[in-house]
Design a binder for this molecule. Structure first.
Ligand code: FAD
Ligand code: NAP
Length: 518
């Protein structure tokens, strides 16, 4: 695994070169990969220049450290000396310098809030900010607060302008149950919007409301059993979380408040829980289907089109990478759709022999644990409303978001006339779930699949090449002249970017295209 190839990294066509939203990644110098950084942090070298001391940093002091060779940045109240990391930063030195000598929390959250900086930069930790700035007057200023948390009243004000109101909660009990009731005051709440965890005596419920989270976070006053259940009354936005008491005694109080309890905060950071590896099956020569089981005390559903982050310790540093859960619908003969046992999450993952994360994941044994984050992503089910034509363009493991989309559309969208998948791969052997897709196309006349191979063998008599106007123009024809269409595209970043350009050239509007990026 540590045997990293010597070519320039990221490789010219690699997704590692350009991240989403046009955020360019710079080619890193030889010996400056993530693995090289991990090695440096383990070398015992004093990376802060403080010989292991942690200090309290004032704003004045922070401001002084604003040069490349002396660059301190504050993230969520912790100050890091990032100078040693400059050459290893995939986004380049200039990006880091934007936050030099200041609070980089907002910038960090905008660009890659999922990155596990606490672990990656732990050897660069200088200390904590000595004092918080005074509470600012308005929301814009508030965003500069070091910890990034908005007091409830201000969030309520900010949200009130946009429509939604701040939730509240209550609780009641019977002999054997405790029910926490959350009044979200939102109509569009469903089971996907609710994430509940009970780990190590801490109970945490997060209700996703647009870009905000309403948090209930408590140290419960009494013990509860492992399994809990969640109900949502959608039309009134009421959520009930039912906990089973361990002993049938009367609780005088629910518990003591923990961080962010009963507050509405901008969505930030990621919450993880440990999931057990249940099975691992080969799908192609380099892709495997991993099944992970959520803890019984977790309620989490990954919405269609969204991904999660998996986290593993690799040589002592916690590494996170995004993956898109799939349903096993295509595997289990085309039958009862969608709602599977919600305790299992399936992933189709390609193992890159010289990759950092996937070989480690592949080495896990059945019964081992891997941490799984809350879901992320901007795909909205409302994009399916009145949809008539759904076109899916996928390359390699870019197929993964298409699995749930395809399944959901075929079973839940009455207006749907046609679903077409064009699936690009290097060779025939790389095609994931080929026979299942062919079988589905045979059974459901609304679904067509076209495989395109860029490095075919002489036996291949299907389509060949890369994404191009010649391949797309015929394929993208609508089933009716003005039918409502959605094109979803996912694959290596350059593939996706080229596809979007071609779609625009073929007069598809922005609203008719959904691209999957990080
Ligand atoms: P990396 O270490 O990132 O390496 C990737 C490639 O670069 C390999 O070919 C490796 O050989 C090469 N490489 C690494 N280091 C060097 C170097 N120094 N020099 C030259 N070459 C090098 N993937 C899936 O399989 N399934 C999914 O469901 C999935 N969902 C995703 C969802 C999102 C939103 C995104 C953004 C990505 C998704 N991915 C998915 C991709 C996934 O996140 C990882 O990028 C992928 O698994 C590779 O991780 P890795 O650490 O093993 O490889
Ligand atoms: P791959 O096997 O390397 O490539 C799949 C196909 O895409 C091949 O035919 C390949 O052709 C072609 N391709 C590669 N680069 C291209 C480009 N610049 N222009 C046109 N075609 C190109 O793919 P993979 O290893 O499975 O990687 C899948 C990618 O999808 C990863 O980058 C992953 O991060 C991304 N992904 C993203 C999400 C998301 O939600 N954002 C989800 C899953 C996966 P060649 O013969 O030239 O290689």
């Amino acid at each position: 695994m540590l045997n990293v190839p010597s070519q320039s990294f990221p490789a010219p066509s690699s997704q590692q070169r350009v991240a989403s939203g046009g955020r360019s990644k710079v080619p890193l110098k030889q010996g400056r990969s993530l693995m090289d950084w991990i090695r440096l942090t383990k070398s015992g070298k004093d990376l802060t220049g403080l010989k292991g001391r942690l200090i309290e940093v004032t704003e004045e002091e922070l401001k002084k450290h604003n040069k490349k060779d002396d660059c301190w940045i504050c993230i969520r109240g912790l100050v890091y000396n990032v100078s040693p990391y400059m050459e290893y930063h995939p986004g380049g030195e200039d990006e880091l310098m934007k936050a030099a000598g200041s609070d980089g929390t907002d910038l960090f959250d905008q660009v890659h809030r999922w990155v596990n900086y606490e672990s990656m930069l732990k050897e660069c930790l200088v200390g904590r900010m000595a004092i918080k700035p005074a509470v600012p007057k308005d929301y814009r200023e508030e965003k500069k607060v070091v910890n990034g948390m908005l007091p409830k009243s201000q969030v309520t004000d900010a949200l009130a302008k946009e429509g939604p109101r701040s939730p509240s909660y209550d609780w009641f009990q019977t002999d054997s149950l405790v029910t926490i009731v959350i009044y979200t005051k939102q109509k569009d709440i469903n089971l996907d919007s609710v994430i509940v965890d009970h780990q190590d005596d801490s109970f945490r419920a997060e209700i996703i409301i647009k870009d905000y989270s309403y948090i209930i976070h408590l140290g419960l006053s009494h013990e509860i059993q492992e399994d809990l259940s969640v109900r949502v009354v959608e039309n009134v936005g009421k959520i009930e979380i039912v906990l089973k008491k361990k002993e049938n005694t009367s609780w005088k109080r629910l518990g003591h408040p923990l961080e962010n309890h009963d507050s509405l905060v901008p969505k930030k950071g990621l919450h993880y829980r440990k999931c057990q590896l249940i099975s691992k099956e080969g799908v192609t020569h380099d892709t495997k289907l991993f099944c992970l089981m959520l803890p019984p005390s977790t309620h989490l559903q990954v919405p269609i089109g969204q991904h999660v982050y998996l986290k593993l310790p690799i040589t002592g540093t916690e590494i996170v990478k995004p993956y898109t859960p799939v349903s096993d619908f295509l595997l289990s003969e085309v039958k009862e759709p969608v709602i599977l046992n919600n305790k299992y999450i399936y992933f189709l993952i390609k193992i890159y022999p010289a990759g950092l994360f996937t070989p480690e994941l592949d080495h896990l044994q059945i019964g081992d644990f891997v941490s799984v984050s809350n879901p992320e992503g901007n795909f909205k089910i409302s994009q399916f409303q009145e949809l008539e034509d759904l076109i899916l363009l996928a390359a390699g493991t870019g197929f993964t978001p298409m699995v749930k989309i395809l399944t959901y559309a075929l079973t839940n969208i009455p207006s749907l006339r046609k679903v077409k998948l064009m699936f690009f791969n290097k060779t025939e052997d790389d095609i994931i779930w080929r026979s299942q897709l062919e079988k589905l196309a045979f059974k459901d006349k609304r679904f067509d699949v076209e495989f395109v191979v860029s490095a075919p063998t002489s036996e291949w008599n299907g389509k060949r090449g890369h994404i191009s106007p010649a391949l797309l123009s015929e394929f993208l024809k609508r089933s009716l002249d003005k039918s409502k269409v959605l094109v979803c595209i996912c694959g290596p970043t350059p593939f996706t970017e080229q596809g979007i350009r071609l779609l625009h050239d073929l007069n598809f509007s922005k609203d008719e295209i959904h691209s999957f990026t990080a």
